[in-house]
Design a protein around this ligand. Structure first.
Ligand SMILES: Cc1ncc(COP(=O)(O)O)c(C=O)c1O
Length: 307
């Protein structure tokens, strides 16, 4: 799934031609991973308009992640939001994935150096279903990873921080090499945390549970959307810690994320989940979600920024 070249990328306040949007090999972030990023989707809605989903919340989280990294960003939330809108327009995209990144550029490589400039970029590109169209319909096979999601002082889970994704990449690569589509991660105590780039929900006897934001998880924007949509449907949603074997015995499990959207899980560690297909709670949620982002739902217009 390569990136298809577009026209332009927003870099530090200017639109730069795609092929010129590059960085020096001695940029600080390239070596140590101190950087903040986001993943955002713009959808082509049924009325023909393009809307970016929950743009403000994504940009706020981006700036929070940069703050965690002690990077002083010279742009406001509104300015970064405008950059996102402008980059979609400039590339004439009707739907796309947006990738903002705030990073430390070229200047010095000392760990404690404040010399490298804080640089900001926003790119967009075409990206279909992250876990495949089939995955969205039929569900995916997951393994529980041996890599854990650490809590506390080692990892700043509430930020989308570049270097922290090494664990996700290693877990995901191992899952794919082992014949699975995604890895699920536990915390150091063995409690369920999240996927490598998704939050997790478990359905059992009409109750839906997901780990609380105090767990070792990213506070996902799709997770929040999911909780709100399910509660609007009258579903009992609880934010609670869960043990590994509660995944195996669930009626339904699904993953949520900007990339993964709402992806059913049909198998975990070679145990069939429920009937081994997308269950009714997951399917109703998918319908509601896709109606909000690209269908005809108008009740949740406050989540959309039209381009
Ligand atoms: C580790 C991790 N968990 C969860 C998510 C889902 O978050 P969101 O729904 O805000 O995309 C992501 C993706 O951003 C992620 O990287």
């Amino acid at each position: 799934m390569g990136i298809k070249k577009l026209d332009t990328i927003w870099m530090d306040g200017a639109m730069v031609p795609w092929d010129d949007a590059s960085e020096h090999l001695l940029a600080h972030t390239m070596h140590y991973g101190v950087g903040a990023f986001e993943g955002i989707r713009a959808y082509h809605r049924a009325d023909g308009r393009t809307a970016i989903f929950r743009l403000r919340e994504h940009v706020e989280r981006l700036l929070d992640s940069a703050h965690i990294c002690t990077m002083e960003v010279p742009y406001t939330t509104d300015q970064v939001m405008k950059a996102c809108i402008d980059v979609v327009k400039a590339n004439k995209m009707t739907s796309c994935y947006l990738r903002p990144l705030i990073y430390l550029g070229y200047g010095a490589l000392g760990l404690g150096s404040f010399e490298p400039p804080v640089r900001t970029m926003v790119a967009c590109y075409e990206w279909g279903a992250y876990l495949g169209d089939d995955g969205l319909k039929k569900g995916i096979k997951c393994m529980i990873s041996g890599f854990t999601r650490s809590n506390g002082n080692a990892v700043m889970n509430k930020g989308k921080i570049c270097g922290q994704y090494v664990t996700s990449v290693l877990a995901k690569r191992m899952a794919i090499k082992s014949g699975f589509e995604e890895a699920l991660m536990l915390d150091p105590k063995g409690m369920v945390a999240e996927g490598t780039g998704e939050n997790i929900f478990v359905v059992k006897k009409d109750v839906v549970r997901t780990p609380p934001t105090s767990a070792a998880i990213l506070s996902g924007i799709t997770r929040d959307t999911t909780i709100q949509l399910l509660r609007e449907q009258g579903v009992d949603v609880r934010e609670e810690m869960m043990a590994r074997d509660e995944l195996y015995t669930a009626d339904e499990v699904f993953l949520t994320g900007t990339a993964a959207e709402i992806t059913p899980v049909r198998d975990i560690d070679h145990r069939k989940i429920g009937r081994g297909e997308a269950g009714p709670v997951t399917r109703r949620l998918q319908e509601a979600f896709f109606s909000v982002v690209k269908g005809t739902d108008t009740k949740h217009d406050h989540w959309l920024t039209y381009v």
